[in-house]
Structures are given as structure tokens and as C-alpha cells.
Unconditional design. Sequence first.
Length: 203
Amino acid sequence: MQNLMDQIVGAITRSGLVEVEVSARHIHLSERDMQILFGGGASLTPKRDLSQPGQYLSEERVNLIGTKGRKEHVAILGPVRSSTQVELSKSDCVELGVTAPLRESGDVKGSGSIIVEGPCGTINLTEGVIIAQNHVHVPPETAQMLELKDKQRVCVEIMSERPIIFKNVLIRVHKNFTFRMHIDFDEANAAAVNGFTLGKIIK
Ligand SMILES: [Zn+2]
């Protein structure tokens, strides 16, 4: 049975089809900001593993406060990082009254600002808010098979009831990656993504 599953997944992958995952708004915290929000000595408690190895949804939550509104119980994704980063959809930004650029994860210089509230403290984050560039995580073997290179841009057709072709989708290749496409809720809603969905990579 496992063998058959592997063969099916292999055939899907060879066709340039990738599973699409939808990322809800979330935050990554630096160690320092973690201590301010949750108190000295606090650490993240893993609740559920994410598809990318080592990444997890934590039990802890924070509130985000913009000039026009707030979002309660926002997910924190672990483990901690070198700098705090908030990933919002465009709709979130409008509702919160926050201006954020479309960026690749990790590229936060000069990005948007927001207030982050935890049970033990509050941070005035002067930069770190981004709208995440949609992207495909590709392990090296798959990249070789599909002739994809790190940082390459491709088009991906979301194979849904209301199909949309996203242009300029970023390819990210790393040995620790699981083959997945990540889009935000605005993009998922626009394409009527509902449950298990595949995207077709078009070069
Ligand atoms: Zn991702």
C-alpha cells in the first residue's frame, strides 16, 4: 500500500504538480521578543508539526494591534528565529490599518510596523510585517527532476473550481524542505481552494 502511495506521489510530482497549503496570519518570534511577551525563561510549546520539517504551531498566541483594528489569538510558528516577522494577508493589513510590503520570508528590512501584545508584555515592532510572497518549497531531488533552481520564478495554476494562475511564484530549494506550495488566505479564497488542492508548475 505504501509502495502504491509512493508511486502515485512520484507520478504526481513528475508531472509538476505540487500540494497547495494555505498559510493563515502568523508570527515568528525572536528569542528576545519571546521573553518580553511571555516573561523571562519562557519558551514555545509545540502543539502541531507543520509540513516543513522542524517547524511547528505553538500553543502560545499573541494579539496584533494596528491603527484601525486588532487581531486576537494570532498563531506563533516555532522555533524562534533571529528576528521577529509577522505574515499577514492584504485583507488583514486593510483591517488592521497596517502597511506592509510583499516580501520573501526573512527579508524584513524597512517592512511594516505593528504592536504585538502578549500576556506579560507588549512590543512596538518597528519593522517585520510582510505580506509573504507566494512560494514553492522544493527538496533538491525534486528540483533536479523538474529542472527548477533556487530563487527561480515560475507560474503556478491552482487546480480548483475557480482556477487562478499565479505569476512570479518564488522557487525555494533546500535539503530540509518538503515539496509544497504556500499561499495566503486571500490567494486561497480568490482561487476557491477547498481541501486538498494541487498546483501545476508552469515554466
Ligand atoms: Zn512556506
